[in-house]
Design a protein around this ligand. Structure first.
Ligand SMILES: [Zn+2]
Length: 675
């Protein structure tokens, strides 16, 4: 198979990531808590004073310089959006018209409130008019068209055995709580969540105009129905194994799994051929869906679908619905005390549904070509460090190393924004109809994905919008993606030393690269195929090294009785350990052949590197949000993303001269080393 992009150079570039002139700033010393010994609790040392003086804002569930930077992007987007609304060139179908009117309609809260839940009428009537299974099926496919993807989702995904081809992937999405355990586990916190969820569903139905008695009965129906789906679904740890969801399925097999659903009609409604290549993530779930089709009365199905419409579109409805939705999912489940201001929710909605139209304007203004070139160079340097790091591993055979090098050579870094922008000109947006605009945006997103199915993959597509303050690795295309939104100060800062840049955004870059070689990513080969490329003994070594990290994180508690699930956070934790290691190596390499730079504010370049990581990743997180994370988030909390990997790094211990018995130095028999 041919790879559609040129191979990356794997040589080291000797230039600095930043053309540094004038005086550059180092880490922010006012953030440090100097009362804490860096060798005892580095997270507190690096960032304790900042956290003490920057409590989590009422509208946030976590806070750090990194999250603050993400919120700054939203201020910038607001400025752009305010400008678009009053722009002179606003022809129908222009970015100015589409994005400006979408935001304007969202901001017109009095109009949204005046229309109330009337806007749902069309959809509730459609559901009410269902007379039989055929009608139910047709409503399900219509709902999928507006992003109400229950009880399953069908979306485009590269074929894990031939990633240059996009197949239809059928995945699970039948319940509204964050994870199946919320429905099933006896623990007090899940039990409480269930007890609060049912009356929340009832209140939502009353806000939609139902009487109390009907709403209460409906809520019980929803809970029972969603629990059935949760019982049939795999848990989050099982889902981390790509082979657990790898089921290439023919149409005949699909029909055999779920004979009571008319798949011919469904695929036709979606514009897909019957013989489209398909993967069914969880066959057992699909069988349960089929059982529900037979067993559950139509009346209950209708209640369930109405709930899903209401829940899924809640944020686009009038204030009482928005507030009730927030009270349960934001305030109760995640501990966010206040809802974000409307303008920010409207910015987020525009970014979510019209992301590349808005993102193009954002990138033009906030991500100049020089920044892109510098970030690309940093990515190249860190990728080369990963290559050197793998080659230096004594436990890995030459045979496996050679295959790892092939994978390094096909890494595709994407930086800032896509080369090809999506065309939004046909999205019908009106200045006075936010709910319909919201559905139009949803339809665009759904169709934009659907049109990729059953075709050769377009590797230029992005899975995040340019203003997003985040990054990802996609094993199927072996790509690392860094939107412009994360390449912003203080993580990526032209006025900071290389030590600070490598220590913050550099570790993020190293983290995404390391995902290619974490417990999940390592199962994909240089062409993105789910195919083992390890020798047996190397694989055993690698798995044992991973087990060390899983064991380390299993012992990290957030409160008595509640700790990380090492297997759930394993990939992210290997990413952090490898990320810190290879970013540090790249940083060291960038210093070679130059006079050693003087200490800054009393800290050596190496110390600045690690402090930068501690400061950028220094999140304070509400306890409610931490509890949700323990259950459903593969990322550890900030404290352990800092102290976890650094306590395994001899480079950190040397930089701060930590004694062998300090808390930040894991004892020899517990020391973990993967990359
Ligand atoms: Zn990650």
């Amino acid at each position: 198979m041919r790879i559609s992009r040129s191979l990356l150079p794997v040589i080291f570039l000797s230039t600095l990531a930043f053309a540094q002139t004038g005086s550059l700033h180092g880490i922010d010393v006012t953030d440090l808590d100097r009362k804490v010994d860096p060798c005892t609790d580095f997270f507190e040392f690096a960032n304790g004073t900042w956290r003490a003086s920057h409590p989590i804002p009422a509208t946030q569930v976590r806070w750090s310089k990194r999250w603050q930077s993400g919120e700054t992007s939203k201020d910038q987007l607001k400025e752009i959006l305010d400008g678009l609304q009053t722009s002179k060139s606003r022809a129908k179908g222009s970015t100015e018209q589409i994005v400006g009117d979408y935001y304007g309609a969202c901001m017109n809260e009095s109009r949204v409130n005046a229309r109330g839940v009337e806007v749902l009428k069309t959809w509730f009537s459609k559901i009410d008019s269902v007379k039989d299974t055929a009608g139910l099926q047709s409503v399900v496919s219509e709902l999928h068209g507006i992003g109400v993807t229950v009880p399953f989702t069908l979306s485009g995904s590269p074929d894990p055995h031939k990633p240059s081809w996009v197949l239809a992937d059928l995945s699970v999405s039948g319940y509204a709580l964050p994870d199946r355990d919320y429905y099933l586990k006896p623990d007090a916190r899940f039990k409480e969540a269930r007890e609060k969820y049912v009356p929340h569903v009832a209140r939502m139905f009353t806000l939609a105009g139902w009487d109390q008695k009907t709403a209460t009965a409906a809520a019980a129906t929803v809970m029972a129905f969603e629990t059935k789906f949760a019982e049939a679904a795999l848990d989050k740890v099982a889902l981390r194994d790509p082979s657990a969801t790898d089921h290439n399925t023919t149409f005949v097999q699909l029909q055999a799994m779920s004979p009571h659903f008319d798949w011919t009609a469904y695929l036709k409604n979606l514009g897909l051929a019957q013989d489209v290549d398909m993967n069914v993530d969880q066959p057992k779930y699909l069988q349960e869906f089929d059982r529900q089709l037979q067993q559950t009365p139509l009346a209950d199905w209708k209640v369930y679908l109405k709930w899903q419409v209401l829940n899924s579109t809640a944020d686009a409805l009038s204030a009482p619905v928005v507030e009730e939705h927030f009270a349960f999912f934001g305030k109760y489940l995640r501990g966010q005390s206040e809802i974000k201001p409307r303008w920010k929710r409207c910015v987020e909605s525009t970014d979510e549904l019209l992301g590349e139209a808005l993102g193009k304007k954002y990138a033009e203004k906030y991500f100049p070509p020089e920044a892109k070139a510098r970030a690309q160079e940093m990515v190249r340097n860190i990728l080369a460090a990963m290559r050197d790091d793998i080659l230096s591993r004594p436990w890995m055979s030459d045979e496996t190393k050679e295959r790892a090098m092939a994978k390094i050579a096909t890494f595709n870094p994407k930086v800032g924004y896509p080369d090809q922008w999506k065309d939004y000109s046909q999205v019908d947006i009106r200045p006075d109809a936010y709910f319909e605009d919201f559905l139009a945006g949803r339809r665009f997103v759904v169709n934009d994905d659907r049109q990729t199915i059953g075709k050769a993959a377009d590797r230029g597509r992005w899975g995040m919008t340019p203003p997003t303050s985040n990054a990802y690795y996609n094993p199927l295309w072996n790509e690392i993606v860094f939107p412009a939104g994360i390449l912003q100060p203080p993580g990526f800062d032209n006025s900071a030393t290389d030590a600070v840049n490598y220590g913050s955004i550099g570790v993020v870059i190293g983290h995404e690269i390391s995902h290619g070689f974490d417990d999940e990513g390592a199962q994909y080969d240089y062409l993105g195929r789910l195919k083992n490329w390890w020798t047996d003994s190397d694989l055993k070594q690698f798995q044992a090294r991973g087990a060390c990290v899983a064991d380390q994180f299993d012992k990290y508690f957030i409160e008595p009785g509640v700790h990380h699930n090492g297997k759930l956070v394993l990939g992210e934790s290997i990413g952090d350990l490898g990320g810190a290691k290879v970013a540090f190596l790249a940083f060291q390499k960038s210093l070679e052949g130059k006079p050693r730079s003087a200490d800054l504010d009393g800290f050596s370049p190496e110390q600045q590197f690690f402090i930068a990581w501690g400061q950028w990743r220094g999140d304070a997180i509400r306890i409610e949000e931490q509890r949700v994370m323990m259950q459903s988030d593969p990322h550890p909390i900030g404290k352990y993303r800092v102290n976890g990997p650094l306590s395994n790094l001899p480079e950190f211990q040397a930089a701060f001269q930590c004694k062998a018995d300090s808390a930040m130095v894991r004892p020899a028999d517990k020391h973990c080393d993967v990359w």
